[in-house]
Design a protein around this ligand. Structure first.
Ligand SMILES: NC(=O)c1ccc[n+]([C@@H]2O[C@H](COP(=O)([O-])OP(=O)(O)OC[C@H]3O[C@@H](n4cnc5c(N)ncnc54)[C@H](OP(=O)(O)O)[C@@H]3O)[C@@H](O)[C@H]2O)c1
Length: 266
């Protein structure tokens, strides 16, 4: 049995349908129950099986209840795929007076996922096998203007997972992190448009998650992100400026591409 958070999202849905093709039994979670039910139907039609367990990861009590319910009703997971996430693109001056952005993103991207993983890790470690795969961001280790709340919440989960990995491995449980680059889903759309140039498709992103699930790799990350992480350590201010400039250029490019496409349609 595999627990999948963020199941209703672009990448989560692609992962769920790929696992359904393999005949897996899935525990699907996110907040939107009707969408979870529709996805579960799709999973069954493809040859897998699924139950839905709606939960808001920002609610710590609800997450504790979710973990207890899964363990009681569905059993000890063979794997947890932690894909739930929320992003906010907002620069410093626009963030003044908005400390709730930090609360919201740390709840969804760090505290909720870590609380769920911690609760199910105990019986997984006792069983002596299993796998945790979490999707963070390729920009996690390259602090970037306007992504402060998002990047720091993803970095928190990333650091926590890196720190527990050796102890989990000693109990037979593998921990893998997928540092995801830009993917054309509803998450990326408000900042980069519906089909940003150079972005992965949800299917391509799902393949990275499946590679992390199936292999013994502990980190799947683009080469540019690994290089960026080193540069961020060597020259932090310069690297953050360059990352910010790169992000603005990507926004301009996607705006121009959108205008070009609209021009062609007219
Ligand atoms: N798209 C990108 O460019 C990109 C790049 C790097 C990393 N990532 C990461 O990849 C993962 C999947 O993203 P995606 O592109 O598939 O985004 P998406 O389509 O927006 O999906 C986000 C998923 O997270 C769930 N979610 C959001 N807030 C939640 C909450 N409070 N409690 C429980 N579930 C919640 C959503 O379901 P409900 O709304 O039903 O709760 C949805 O299933 C995320 O962790 C994201 O940070 C994405």
């Amino acid at each position: 049995m595999i627990v999948l958070t963020g199941a209703t999202g672009g990448i989560g849905t692609a992962v769920a349908t790929a696992l359904a093709d393999r005949g897996e039994h899935l525990v699907l979670t996110a907040r939107d129950e009707p969408r979870l039910q529709a996805l579960a139907e799709r999973v069954r039609a493809l040859g897998g099986s699924a139950v839905v367990r709606p939960c808001d990861l920002r609610d710590q009590d609800a997450v504790a209840e979710l973990a207890a319910y899964i363990l009681a009703e569905d059993g000890v997971p063979e794997a947890v795929l932690s894909l739930a996430g929320h992003s906010i693109h907002r620069g410093l001056t626009a963030s003044f007076g908005r400390p709730h952005d930090l609360v919201r993103l740390s709840g969804t991207n760090m505290l909720g996922p870590a609380t769920l993983i911690l609760a199910v890790l105990e019986p997984m470690c006792a069983a002596g096998h299993g796998r945790i795969v979490a999707v963070t961001s390729a920009a996690t280790r390259i602090p970037t203007p306007a992504w402060a709340a998002y990047g720091s919440s993803k970095a928190g989960l990333d650091t926590w997972l890196r720190a527990i990995r050796p102890d989990a491995a000693a109990h037979g449980v593998g921990v893998a992190i997928v540092e995801m680059p830009l993917v054309a889903t509803t998450m990326a759309a408000p900042t980069y448009g519906a089909a940003p140039r150079g972005a992965l498709t949800a299917h391509q992103a799902a393949q990275r998650v499946l590679r992390a699930l199936d292999s013994r790799r502990s980190l799947i990350s683009p080469g540019w992100a690994r290089l960026g992480a080193v540069l961020s350590q060597a020259a932090p201010t310069l690297a953050a400026r360059a990352a910010g400039a790169g992000g603005r250029a990507a926004q301009r490019l996607s705006r121009r591409t959108r205008q070009h496409r609209q021009g062609q349609v007219r």
